[in-house]
Design a protein. Structure first.
Length: 273
């Protein structure tokens, strides 16, 4: 059962607060586009079992959170996470995200650096959008508003997951497709328009003074291993884990090695449960 709170602008935001509070910072997990917080269930379960407190929000416009129209900038998503931490009385957190969620984690680090205990960046890119990319995301936003989510979901499922996992892991494929189809087109379009305007995060990451884990699926076509290696190379003392047998969503495709990598990383850098 999710908990809800109301942001300053009146948007209702849903989240799960799992595990027991302790002396260490909690772990906040940020989903990607066009998904919802249920994609983190395997990692939330593993982290809670390891003794961590885990906070998993639905971004505005997604899941059980309020639908927004227009454009949602990444700064707004980051401010929502800060407001959630304020609501829970938490000064700092480990912030992890996949794909767009990873970029929102980077934005949170850029705009609220003192509130980050560590970063987990999965299958994501720190580079600002190109002009071609901006046009593509805005065209896609228009399309989703006009057509809905079904056609898009069918087109991208074998890029979200490695093609062999679409057939080999039918329950995972059904979960991913279901999340995409259930997302409100207005929320998805607003995030796409905001994502088109994202800043470049390479400078802020290069100065990161917190531990960073970079994770990528070995067969990710959206953010391939080469891009993950470039991201890893930007950040002092970052750690890189390549998850075999996975595409763009290794936390769902290969949940055990992904979760093990996160738990091992947090223990190694001293963010223990």
């Amino acid at each position: 059962m999710s908990t809800r709170f109301t942001a300053e602008d009146g948007t209702v935001l849903a989240y799960d607060d799992l595990g027991k509070a302790g002396d260490q910072p909690p772990v906040v997990l940020v989903h990607g586009h066009p998904f919802n917080r249920s994609m983190w269930q395997p990692q939330a379960t593993a982290l809670v079992a390891a003794g961590y407190r885990v906070i998993v929000p639905d971004l505005r416009g997604y899941g059980e959170s309020g639908v927004v129209a227009g454009r949602t900038l990444f700064a707004q998503f980051a401010d929502d996470i800060a407001a959630l931490l304020d609501r829970l009385g938490l000064a700092r957190a480990v912030v992890g995200g996949v794909s767009m969620g990873g970029q929102i984690a980077m934005e949170f680090h850029r705009s609220h650096p003192g509130r980050v205990a560590a970063l987990v960046l999965a299958d994501t890119s720190p580079v600002a959008e190109t002009e071609e990319g901006k046009a593509f995301r805005n065209r896609l936003a228009d399309r989703l508003l006009a057509e809905g989510m079904d056609g898009y979901a069918n087109e991208v499922i074998d890029k979200m997951l490695a093609p062999y996992n679409v057939t080999g892991l039918p329950d995972v494929a059904a979960h991913v497709t279901g999340m995409m189809r259930m997302t409100d087109p207005q929320g998805a379009a607003a995030a796409l328009r905001g994502r088109a305007e994202r800043p470049d995060y390479r400078d802020s990451l290069a100065g990161a003074g917190v531990p960073v884990l970079v994770v990528v699926g070995a067969d990710d076509v959206y953010t391939p291993v080469s891009e993950a290696r470039a991201l890893h190379g930007l950040i002092p003392d970052a750690e890189l884990v390549v998850v075999e047998g996975a595409g763009h969503l290794p936390g769902l495709e290969r949940p055990e090695p992904f979760s093990d990598a996160v738990v091992t990383f947090l223990a190694r850098v001293g963010v223990g449960a």
